[in-house]
Structure formats: C-alpha cells, structure tokens
Design a protein around this ligand. Structure first.
Ligand code: ZN
Length: 429
C-alpha cells in the first residue's frame, strides 16, 4: 500500500519541491499552504507522516502539532518539522509538543526521503501510564498523565505491552477499536506484580473477548506462580469478575533465566533491586535497543544504609549496580525509574525507587542515547516533572555527553527511526 505524506508549507517553491521529490519516490502526497487546511486534510485521511513548517500564516506549526496530537486519528502520526529557525529553544519546544524530528532549512531532499522512510518503517513507543505507586489523575497532572505504568512498543505491525497498570485500560479500548472485530494475539511483559503494575489488568477489554489470545510473561514470585498472583487481585473480595471468567485464551511464561523471543522482539530480562522479584527488560527490535527498567534502587546507596552494613558495602553495591548498567548498555532508549528528586530520595531510601540524578548517572555510564524519565511520583505535579527534566538537562550539559532526555508523557509517542544501514551520498536541492 502506498503511504501518504502530508506536506504543510506556505512557501510554494519548497512545497512544490517536496511534493515532487516524495511523489517521485512513490509516495502519495497531500499538500496544504496553511495549518488549518493541513489539519482538515489530516483528519479526513490520516497520513503516514506529516512534514510541516513552523512559521505559517493562519494556524502556525506549533498549533498544528497540538491539534494533530489532540485528534485520535493523528495522535501518534510522526511529525517532522522543517524550519529555518535555528534556535535551540524552538527545536526543544517542537519536540516537547510532540514533533518526532526537527530538520533545519535549507535541507537536503535525500535526507528528507531517508527520514520519511525511516518513520514509515519505524518503531513507536507509546506511554499509556507513566505514574509510579498510585494513579494520580487531576488537572495538576494532566500534561504528563496520572495512570500507573503501561508502555507499548510497536514495530512492523507487532505490539509488545510492558506492564498492566491503569494505563492498560485505555490501551485495551484502542486495540479493540483498531481490531474492528478481528481476533487479537497480544504479548504482555509484567515487570513485577506490585499493584501499580497489574491493577489495570482486570479492565483490559481484549482479555474478555473469546478468540483473543494473551501471552503474559513475567517473574515467578517467591511463593506463587505469576498466574496465581494475577488471579489473586481478582478474588471475589476485591473484584466482581474472576480471572477464569476472562474469555480470551491466556498463557503464562515465567522467567527462568533465558531470554524470550516474542514476535520480532528479543527480550532479555534482568533482575532489578526492588522489594520482591522485579524484572527489567532489554528489548531488541529492528536494529534498535530499548531498556525498560523501572522500580529499582541503586545498591550503592542502599547497602551502606542497611543495619548490617559493612565498610565495603558501598564498593560492593557499585559492583552489583553493574547488572543494571549492562541491561542498559548502548540502549537507544532507556526508560528509567526517576520517581524522586535526590532530596526526596534521602527520606525514601529503601522504598525500592530512585531519583532522576541516579537515572542520569546510569544512562551516562551505560552510554544510552535517550533517557526517558518514568514512574513519576504521584506527589509530583506537571511543574515538578518539568523541574526534574530541566535539572537532568543541566546535569547532562555539565557532563558534556550526547544524551537526550525527556519525561514520559501519556499519549505523546516516541517514534524511533529504523537505523539506516549506510548513508547515501548527499545531494543538494
Ligand atoms: Zn514496585
């Protein structure tokens, strides 16, 4: 099927050039010279990728990004900003608002084609729930979101679900709408069975539909099989429907030390430092590596605080922390526990979470490319998450390392272009 690209650009020569180059490469192209017309076209027929200018009369580019992100049919479409604006603040603003890439004019048409193609053959991360410990909905958390953990990785038509916090409820509705009556085969990785990571499971509609299949992967707890723990939260004392009433076919796989191949996703679990048995996941797909490691606390800070601490506890802790560093090593994206500020962590040591500064340290040590702050504390409003993010940016700038950082935000997708095998010779246009 031919992919449709929408070009929204008020300067006629650039619009015509892009339309010609994209059409020649085999894409269907829609063009608009204003944001409002672009939005109309996108809503009527959602494109595979949107290329848009920032400075346009009528509805400008920032407003168009906002509107595209707010409309369900285009909420997760990759958006490439093409602008002559070279200010870092404009780049950041566009990306923070949900743009997937920012290309400064003048551009090379070969680069644009490569970028568009990479987004079509893309891997997409979507955050359906970002909050640690307890859901925290309300106007004060509306921007980053109040649901507990649930993340999806989509690649080439396959979807992998990470955790079943309250965010999975909305994901279930989205999957049902997209399936339009066709049976679903879904894969869910559960990091651990603390309530905030499983409490959305009883509200996951696809699990109630006969003909659907749900494969659940996770750790075996010290006492009970994974299935029994999930069944436990649906006991009659807590919930009106039992796990046995779920009409989909359910299959459970517990971690026994071997990696899992789940469709195109190669998953290497590793234990994290958190009360009970908790897994982080290193997921490789399409030449990319994504590490999901939330609900974890550094051994190096925790062990010296223990009543049975030893003078070598700090040094020993650092060696134990290497397991997490290896799980993150070279990751394109590291979704990290960043629940607390360093000040809060001093009062909450031993609670099984960590602070943003530790997340930055681990990302730098492991050579990760993009750190996503995750598991936002329920006490943190949007302004506090903004503050954590700016502190991380300052830390990274001081260290002078090429690490991107963002804060997980519900329904703001992260599009990861497929790594290019080799760059073609640039051609000016
Ligand atoms: Zn936990």
């Amino acid at each position: 099927m031919t992919s449709r690209i929408l070009v929204v650009e008020d300067q006629e020569p650039i619009r015509a050039l892009l339309a010609t180059v994209l059409a020649r490469a085999g894409f269907e192209v829609d063009v608009a010279d204003d944001g409002a017309i672009g939005l109309q076209l996108a809503k009527a027929n959602p494109p595979a990728v949107v290329l848009l200018d920032l400075m346009m009369p009528g509805m400008h580019g920032y407003e168009l990004i906002q509107n595209l992100r707010a409309f369900p049919g285009t909420a997760r479409v990759p958006i490439v900003v093409l602008s002559a604006k070279a200010y870092a603040s404009d780049h950041r603003k566009a990306l923070d608002m949900g743009a997937s890439a920012y290309v400064q004019k003048p551009f090379d048409t070969d680069d644009i084609l490569r970028l568009v193609t990479s987004f079509i053959e893309r891997t997409t991360l979507t955050f359906w729930g970002v909050r640690g410990s307890c859901a925290a909905p309300g106007p004060e958390t509306a921007r980053y979101g109040g649901n507990t953990p649930c993340v999806t990785i989509e690649h080439d038509g396959h979807i992998l679900i990470l955790d079943a916090g309250t965010g999975i409820r909305k994901l279930g509705l989205h999957l049902m709408a997209a399936a339009a009556g066709r049976p679903l085969s879904l894969d869910l990785l559960v990091s651990h069975t603390h309530w905030d990571h499983i409490q959305g499971f009883p509200f996951f509609v696809p699990a109630y539909i006969p003909g659907n299949r749900l494969n659940v992967y996770g750790p075996r707890s010290a006492e009970k099989p994974l299935e029994k723990v999930l069944r436990g939260q649906m006991d009659v004392e807590y919930f009106p429907v039992a796990l046995g009433d779920l009409a989909a076919q359910l299959a459970f796989t517990e971690y026994r030390g071997q990696p899992w191949q789940v469709g195109p996703f190669h998953v290497r679990p590793g234990y994290l430092n958190h009360p009970g048995l908790t897994l982080g996941f290193r997921i490789e797909v399409g030449g990319l590596c994504i590490t999901y490691a939330t609900d974890t606390e550094p051994f190096r800070t925790l062990l010296p605080m223990s009543p049975s601490a030893h003078r070598d506890s700090g040094a020993f802790g650092r060696t134990q922390d290497q397991a997490l560093v290896e799980l993150v090593r070279g990751a394109d994206v590291y979704i990290a526990d960043a629940q607390y500020t360093p000040e809060e962590y001093k009062k909450k040591t031993g609670w099984g979470h960590t602070n943003y500064a530790d997340a930055v340290e681990t990302a730098i040590e492991a050579g990760a490319k993009h750190l996503v702050l995750f598991s936002h504390d329920p006490m943190h409003d949007d302004a506090e998450v903004d503050h954590k993010l700016s502190e991380c940016r300052a830390m990274i700038a001081r260290r002078g390392v090429p690490l991107t950082v963002s804060a997980a935000s519900e329904m703001v997708p992260l599009h990861l272009p497929t790594p290019a095998p080799a760059a073609a010779t640039p051609k000016s246009a």
